[in-house]
Ligand binder design. Structure first.
Ligand SMILES: C[S@@+](CC[C@H](N)C(=O)[O-])C[C@H]1O[C@@H](n2cnc3c(N)ncnc32)[C@H](O)[C@@H]1O
Length: 281
């Protein structure tokens, strides 16, 4: 397992600055990779035609819009996110795609007033691992659901289960100053890797019928696209910019060699190893 897996920062400022802009710029690429994960979370959280669904950490709104179409015109799909640039992209996508039954709220889902018993279900694709206080967030989300309402989200399993996530940073490590060891339990990409931690948070905050199942999705990706993702997401790109030209060239060559070794049929054979978590309010 890598020691240098980038931990996506949790702070709202990150999602409103470089992090949010990177997600806006690369959303098309990531949506292509992650569509099977969207399908799984929507299937698990769908409350029936005409229902009202909250999409937590909705980002650029792809899952919110997919859910809105599935709910039909009598239903409502509401995305909440802390990132203004991503919400701008979500609203633009809703307009461009003519989806009238989707709306978007700007706020921290941990504390934002989402109403009481307002939703039939809540879903999230990778949007629930960034809260400063998980217990407060999941209590707030449970309050927003009707009794018996469904929760369905997907989060990452461990870096060990997702070895390619850290491979670019590992390849770069010999050429760059050492990085402090990230705390994988801190809010961020890997915070829900331990299923017992997730189960504990949900149980403490009043959720029942908690089920946590592995979800493995093959996400083959062209090598230049994976290089772009690696350099735009997380700290690696910024660190590389601070290096001199010769070091940059060595890092890019090492990353390319490392990823080329994982190519199958012209694509890097990446698999997203996730948990699909479901529960009821
Ligand atoms: C990894 S992205 C996933 C985005 C989207 N769900 C998708 O699948 O494309 C995480 C999202 O969570 C949002 N987020 C982070 N902390 C949040 C918070 N406290 N409240 C609401 N949204 C938050 C970020 O702004 C970002 O859009």
């Amino acid at each position: 397992m890598t020691t240098t897996s980038p931990q996506t920062p949790a702070q709202p400022s990150y999602w409103n600055q470089a992090g949010g802009q990177a997600w806006v710029d690369l959303q098309g690429l990531m949506d292509g990779l992650n569509q099977p994960i969207a399908d799984a979370v929507i299937e698990a959280g769908f409350p029936g035609k005409g229902g009202c669904v909250l999409d937590i950490g909705c980002g650029a709104g792809t899952t919110t819009l997919d859910m809105a179409r599935r709910l039909g015109p009598a239903g409502a799909s509401v995305g909440v996110d802390v990132s203004a640039p991503l919400l701008d992209a979500a609203r633009a996508a809703a307009q461009a795609q003519g989806v009238a039954n989707a709306q978007f709220l700007e706020g921290d889902a941990q504390t934002f007033d989402l109403g009481t018993a307002a939703y039939d279900a809540a879903i999230s694709r990778f949007g629930v691992m960034f809260f400063a206080d998980f217990d407060q967030a999941f209590a707030n989300l449970r309050r927003a659901l009707k009794p018996g309402g469904k929760l369905a989200f997907v989060c990452w399993r461990s870096p060990a289960d997702n070895p390619l996530a850290g491979a670019p940073a590992d390849a770069a490590a010999p050429y760059l100053p050492p990085m402090p060891q990230p705390d994988l339990n801190a809010p961020g990409r890997w915070a829900f890797a331990d299923p017992e931690r997730v189960r504990g948070i949900l149980a403490r905050t009043g959720w029942r019928d908690i089920e946590i199942a592995p979800l493995d999705v093959d996400t083959p990706i062209a090598l230049p696209d994976l290089m772009t993702l690696s350099l735009r997401m997380g700290p690696l790109g910024a660190r590389l910019q601070q290096a001199d030209e010769a070091t940059q060239a060595k890092v890019l060559a090492a990353m390319t060699d490392r990823l080329r070794a994982c190519e199958v049929d012209g694509k890097v054979a990446m698999t997203a190893a996730c948990w699909l978590v479901t529960a009821r309010a």
